[in-house]
Design a protein around this ligand. Structure first.
Ligand code: PHE
Ligand code: CO
Length: 287
């Protein structure tokens, strides 16, 4: 069976990755030796810019875990990260040509394997990229896989995804992924902090998410999240705030089958929807 490339939504851009080189489970070789000095240098520049944004903005769990990524002057070899990650939480990372379809994606997660895109953006895409690349996947997602509670959440998500497929509920899980794994915020005694990979790997969204008066920041509520559409073309209008990874894990542990049934007849909410009585967390004060 030939593997199929994947694009976001109704995009007509050809997908970037080389899907011809992937196996049936969509994994491929990282081919580290083919990376050029210019690509390593671009990765290093991205890494340095994002690291500078972390203090006071990223959650402590992320900052602590980032040290495990090691080397920041070269694109890392995936096998080096996998060795350390496996020791820490039993996860490993695998190379993929780019976005992959839901079922193989969920299967990998359910088996504690996180797919990381092999290609790096072009220099013109330094500030903005529409598809995840190796920098987004590694810098944004991999550090928290060293956190035991978050690591278990990701595996549960994978298993839940395989189940949701048969229940026609993938849209609900996609929203949960978006508003937690990609764009999640956490309330801490020191103020709001970011744990979402889409924010942490972005040049500008960190300040928007934490300090702008524009978006609303709602307390995490599983069913509210699952009903809320999201935008992939701009900074988010709404963020959902957890109090810690244990809350996230516990709130998503129950069987979703009944929740999917309850939500199915309800209309989805637009990204900026505001329901009566909902309170928004105040933005962090800038300093
Ligand atoms: N508890 C969910 C279910 O029964 C599985 C899940 C866990 C989904 C964590 C997402 C995140 O489907
Ligand atoms: Co991502």
């Amino acid at each position: 069976m030939a593997v199929q490339p994947v694009v976001y939504g109704s995009s007509t851009r050809p997908p970037r990755g080389n899907y011809a080189a992937a196996s049936d489970d969509y994994t491929c070789d990282q081919d580290w030796g083919a990376l050029t000095p210019a690509q390593h240098a671009l990765y290093a520049r991205l890494f340095q810019r994002q690291v500078r944004q972390l203090p006071g903005h990223a959650c402590n769990e992320f900052i602590q875990a980032l040290t495990h990524l090691g080397m920041d002057t070269l694109i890392p070899r995936f096998e080096d990260i996998s060795r350390r990650l496996h020791r820490a939480t039993g996860w490993e990372i695998v190379a993929v040509p780019g976005l992959i379809p839901e079922r193989p994606f969920f299967s990998l997660l359910a088996n504690r394997r996180f797919p990381v895109t092999v290609w790096l953006r072009e220099p013109e895409e330094f500030d903005y990229i529409v598809e995840p690349d190796v920098f987004h996947d590694l810098f944004g997602h991999v550090p928290l896989l060293f956190n035991p509670v978050f690591a278990d959440y990701m595996q549960a998500f994978g298993a839940g995804g395989l189940k949701a497929e048969g229940l026609n509920a993938l849209e609900f899980l996609a929203r949960l992924y978006w508003y937690t794994v990609e764009f999640g915020l956490m309330a801490t005694p020191d103020g709001l902090r970011v744990y979402g990979a889409g924010i942490l790997s972005s040049g500008g969204e960190t300040m928007h998410a934490l300090t702008s008066a524009k978006p609303q920041r709602l307390a995490f509520d599983l069913e509210r999240v699952m009903r809320t559409e999201y935008r992939i073309d701009d900074y988010q209008d709404t963020y959902f705030v957890i109090r810690g990874f244990a809350q996230l894990f516990d709130a998503t542990a129950p069987d979703f089958a009944q929740i999917y049934q309850r939500l199915a007849p309800l209309a989805a909410l637009p990204p900026s929807a505001h329901l009566p009585g909902e309170q928004s967390y105040a933005p962090n004060l800038t300093n």
